[in-house]
Ligand binder design. Structure first.
Ligand code: NAD
Length: 503
C-alpha cells in the first residue's frame, strides 16, 4: 500500500496562554484539526470562552496600565524581541514542519516563512529603539509643542491559516515593539506554530500578561473584536469576515487594521523578458498552493504574444510537482480543507460553463500518496472575460485565469476592474510604461518584473475592499501607536487668552 502523504504519529493538544500561565481550555468546544495531506488528526484546539477572552484581555490591560513592558526602554524591548528572533531561527525546522503539516504548504515555502518570521521580529526590534515624536518650536515664543508617540494599549491580533507564522510576525513584534500588550487568536486550522512562538516569547523573558493566547474559531475572534477593553484590532482574513470585524469594533470605536482578500493581476506586456515573465507568472499563480492574498491569480497578457506565452505556461504548469507538503521536491501541496477544495473546483467548473477554456489541470488528484488528501492539479482557465465569476472572485487555490489585452489602457482598465486592491505585477522593459501603469493601478503594492516579494521595511496594505491600514515598515509599527499633542505655555504674559482681562 502506498504511504499517505506526510504521515504523522502524535496529536497535539494545544492550550491557551493567559497572564503568563498555560491554561487548559474550560469550554466544551474543541476543534479537531486533520492534516490536509492525509486526513490524520494532528491537533486538538480548545475554543476559548468569552470568560477566557475576558481573562486574557484583563491580563493584557493590567500589564499595559501598571506592568513593566510598556515602561521599558526601547533597547530593553528590542533585547527581548531579538532573543525571540534568535529562538525562531533555532527552532526553524520544527516550526516549518508544523506549518506544512497543518497548512498543507510545501516545506520549501514554510522554511522561507519561518526565516521571514525571524527577520520581521529583528526588524521590529530595531523599530523599538527608534520610536520618537516631534517638537514644534514655531508656535510662538511662549509655546513649545510636543507630539508624543505612545503605545495604543491592548491589541487584539487575529490571523488566517495561509501564512500562520509569517502573518503573526507581521503583527506581533510590531505591536510589542511599540509597547502595546496583546491578545492573539490564530486560525483554528493552523494554531500550532502560534502556540510554539508564544512559548518562545515566554522563554525570551516577556513579562506575564504582555502576550496572551486565546485559541478558537470565529466566536473567539468575535469576542476579541467586540471587547470594550481592546483598543486596537489588527485582523488578517477574508473581506467578508473583515466586514464583521468593522461591525464588532463599533462599540468602543476601536482602531482597526484590516488585511483582507485580493485578486491581483500579473500584467505581461509584449516587450517584457517573456522567459522571465513565464517563471514569474507560474510562481505568482501557484505559490503557496494559490492560497495567498497576493496570489497573482489573473494573468493579463498582451494579445500579440498571448498564444505562444500560454502554450509554454501551460506546459510548465503541468510539470509542477503536486505532492506531500513535507517533501522538499513538492511545488504545490494540499488545500486547507475539503470544503475549500470543493469550492475551488466549483469555480473551475463555473468558469468553464461561462465560456472559459481549460488549458491545464482542473481535477482532483487521488492516486498513490495523494489518495486521502486534498490535492488538485494546478489549473489555467484561458479566455476569461471580466464578466465571468472567475475573473473577479477570490478563488484562493491553484487556479490562474488568463485574459488578453490590446494596449496599456486596456491592461490598466482590466487590472482595476475588480473589487480588490491588494497587489499587481507589471512585466515590461519600458520604464515609461511601467511608471504610468504603476501610478494608475489601484493597489497597495506593485511588483515590477518580480512578484510576491515583501521586504519588512516596505509598508504592506491595500486599496479598495482589500483592507485598511498598513502592516510592516514604519507605517505598520505606527498602527500600534497614538499621537498625543502637548502644547506647553511658558511664562505668564498678558493677552494670551482673548477673554482674559489685562493684568
Ligand atoms: P477568515 O476570514 O475565514 O478567518 C480569518 C481569521 O478570523 C481566523 O482566525 C478566523 O477564526 C477568524 N474569524 C472568523 N470569523 C470571525 C469573526 N466573526 N470575528 C473575528 N474573527 C473571526 O479567513 P481565512 O480563510 O482564514 O483566510 C483566507 C483569507 O485571508 C483570504 O481572503 C485571504 O486573501 C486573506 N488574507 C489576506 C492577507 C492580507 O495581508 N491582505 C493575508 C493572508 C490572507
Amino acid at each position: 500500500m502506498a504511504e499517505a502523504a506526510g504521515m504523522t504519529t502524535s496529536v497535539r493538544r494545544l492550550n491557551h496562554y493567559i497572564d503568563g500561565r498555560w491554561v487548559v481550555g474550560e469550554g466544551d468546544t474543541v476543534f479537531s484539526r486533520t492534516a490536509p495531506a492525509n486526513g490524520q488528526l494532528v491537533a486538538e484546539v480548545p475554543c476559548a470562552t468569552p470568560k477566557e477572552v475576558d481573562n486574557a484581555v484583563a491580563a493584557a490591560r493590567r500589564q499595559f496600565e501598571v506592568g513593566a513592558w510598556p515602561r521599558m526602554t526601547g533597547f530593553e524591548r528590542a533585547a527581548v524581541l531579538t532573543r525571540v528572533a534568535d529562538l525562531i531561527d533555532a527552532n526553524a525546522a520544527e516550526l516549518a514542519r508544523l506549518d506544512s503539516e497543518e497548512g498543507g504548504k510545501p516545506l520549501r515555502l514554510t522554511e522561507g516563512d519561518i526565516a521571514g518570521a525571524a527577520t520581521l521580529t529583528r526588524y521590529a526590534a530595531g523599530l523599538a529603539t527608534q520610536t520618537h515624536g516631534m517638537t514644534y518650536t514655531t508656535n510662538g515664543p511662549d509655546f513649545t509643542g510636543l507630539v508624543l508617540r505612545e503605545p495604543s494599549g491592548v491589541v487584539g491580533l487575529i490571523t488566517p491559516w495561509n501564512f500562520p507564522a509569517l502573518i503573526l510576525c507581521q503583527k506581533l513584534p510590531f505591536a510589542l515593539a511599540a509597547g502595546c500588550t496583546v491578545v492573539v487568536k490564530p486560525s483554528e486550522f493552523t494554531s500550532s506554530t502560534t502556540e510554539a512562538i508564544v512559548k518562545l516569547y515566554e522563554e525570551a523573558g516577556l513579562p506575564a500578561g504582555t502576550l496572551n493566547l486565546t485559541l478558537g474559531t470565529g466566536p473567539t475572534g468575535q469576542a476579541i473584536t467586540e471587547h470594550m477593553d481592546v483598543d486596537v484590532v489588527s485582523f488578517t482574513g477574508s473581506t467578508a469576515t473583515g466586514r464583521h470585524v468593522i461591525d464588532a469594533g463599533k462599540g468602543n470605536l476601536k482602531k482597526l487594521s484590516l488585511e483582507l482578500g485580493g485578486k491581483a493581476a500579473n500584467i505581461v506586456f509584449a516587450d517584457a523578458d517573456l522567459e522571465d515573465a513565464i517563471e514569474g507568472v507560474l510562481f505568482g499563480g501557484f505559490f503557496n498552493n494559490g492560497e495567498c492574498c497576493v496570489a497573482q491569480s489573473r494573468l493579463l497578457i498582451q494579445d500579440s504574444v498571448a498564444d505562444e506565452f500560454l502554450v509554454e505556461l501551460a506546459r510548465r504548469t503541468r510539470q509542477l510537482t503536486v505532492g506531500d507538503p513535507l517533501d522538499r521536491a513538492t511545488d504545490v501541496g494540499a488545500l486547507i480543507h475539503e470544503g475549500h477544495l470543493n469550492a475551488v473546483l466549483g469555480h473551475v467548473e463555473k468558469g468553464r460553463s461561462q465560456g472559459a477554456v481549460l488549458v491545464a489541470g482542473g481535477e482532483r488528484l487521488r492516486t498513490g500518496q495523494l489518495a486521502s488528501g486534498q490535492f488538485i492539479s494546478p489549473t489555467i482557465l484561458d479566455r476569461v472575460a471580466p464578466d465571468m465569476t472567475a475573473f473577479g472572485h477570490e478563488i484562493f487555490g491553484p487556479v490562474l485565469t488568463a485574459t488578453r489585452f490590446s494596449d496599456e489602457n486596456d491592461a490598466i482598465r482590466l487590472a482595476n476592474a475588480v473589487e480588490y486592491g491588494l497587489s499587481n505585477s507589471i512585466w515590461s522593459k519600458n520604464i515609461d510604461k511601467v511608471l504610468v501603469s504603476a501610478k494608475a493601478l489601484k493597489s497597495g503594492t506593485i511588483y515590477v518584473n518580480t512578484t510576491i516579494d515583501a521586504p519588512p521595511q516596505m509598508p504592506f496594505g491595500a486599496y479598495k475592499a482589500s483592507g485598511v491600514g498598513r502592516e510592516m515598515g514604519l507605517a505598520g509599527f505606527e498602527e500600534f501607536t497614538e499621537l498625543k499633542s502637548v502644547n506647553i505655555r511658558t511664562g505668564k504674559r498678558a493677552g494670551t487668552f482673548a477673554f482674559s482681562p489685562e493684568v
